[in-house]
Design a protein around this ligand. Structure first.
Ligand code: COA
Length: 273
């Protein structure tokens, strides 16, 4: 795996953890970080060793949003071509690539989340936060608004009375509040964060990777489609998943009474080529 200046990448038994690694800048997203996230996610898509991806932050912050100096002030004087390249990568890795990855992606939220950091959280499939973490749409505090993709993405995830409250006041919210309004999956005691995420990753690794990919595709690709198109997409994904798994092994094991699908996953084995 390549070496990165702004990320740490650790592979451990199927779980690949990407740590945003600019703790001295509270993991604010610099142009370099965007380029590296784009590259690492491109690589992981084709990495058969990676069954689950975890994104977290080094130090006391998950992500303090865009780097206010490097992404905004310094980018203003860059040539248009560079600005476009960085903006496009910034958008793609958070709002497109994570969703399109075949592997499930978990946000392990260890600390501060501000501004653009919200779109990492909303981009991930599952988000678990330590209960003492605080989240804030702070843009209004510096005379701006949740720009780029932030407002666009959050309107998909939050009710207006929740999202607008935080965007207009710039106040922080607790992890419990983030859970209540649907920004994250779950807030857990800080001492349990590591264990919760590992257990979740273990649970996901028991499933067929083809089934996990199908769950994500069905969810994200049908979201904006009209019901008829959504149904067709769903059927196509279903046919392909059957092909990839060589039929319906899960149902065959069920009729042979080898397991109870209501209580756990069937025994999945990748076909040898
Ligand atoms: N962009 C650039 N640098 C940032 C940053 C950001 N979004 N957030 C923090 N930093 C830098 C600070 O400039 C400081 O750098 P320096 O040591 O070179 O001066 C360093 O990170 C530590 O910041 P500091 O404010 O001293 O840390 P803190 O622990 O007291 O507070 C925060 C942490 C996250 C509450 C605070 O840094 C903050 O409010 N950051 C801005 C968050 C924000 O509004 N993000 C929205 C961006 S769209």
């Amino acid at each position: 795996m390549a070496q990165y200046q702004t990320l740490l990448v650790n592979k451990d038994n199927g779980v690949t953890t990407i740590t945003l690694n600019r703790p001295e800048k509270r993991n604010a997203m610099s142009p370099q970080l965007h380029r590296e996230m784009y590259d690492v996610l491109t690589d992981l898509r084709y990495d058969n060793e990676t069954r689950v991806i975890v994104i977290t932050g080094a130090g006391e912050s998950f992500c303090a949003g865009q780097d206010l100096k490097q992404y905004f002030l310094e980018m203003d004087s860059q040539p248009e071509r560079v600005r476009d390249e960085v903006r496009e990568k910034s958008r793609q890795w958070r709002n497109e690539m994570i969703r399109k990855l075949p592997q499930p992606v978990i946000a392990k939220i260890n600390g501060w989340v501000f501004g653009g950091g919200f779109t990492i959280v909303s981009g991930c499939d599952i988000a678990i936060a330590a209960d003492d973490v605080r989240f804030g749409l702070s843009e209004v505090n510096f005379g701006h608004f949740p720009g780029g993709e932030v407002t666009i993405v959050l309107t998909e995830h939050l009710q207006p009375k929740h999202g607008l409250y935080y965007a207009l006041t710039g106040q922080t919210m607790t992890a419990k509040e983030a859970e209540r309004i649907g920004l994250i999956t779950k807030a857990v005691p800080r001492a349990d964060l590591e264990k919760e995420v590992q257990e979740l990753a273990n649970c996901l690794m028991e499933k067929s990777p083809h089934a996990l990919k199908a769950v994500k595709e069905a969810w994200y690709y049908t979201f904006y489609s009209n019901p008829e198109v959504a149904y067709e997409i769903s059927n196509l994904i279903s046919d392909r998943t059957k092909l990839e798994q060589g039929g319906r092994p899960g149902l065959q094991q069920f009729v042979k009474k080898e397991y109870r699908p209501g209580l756990g996953a069937f025994k999945w084995e990748e076909k040898k080529e």
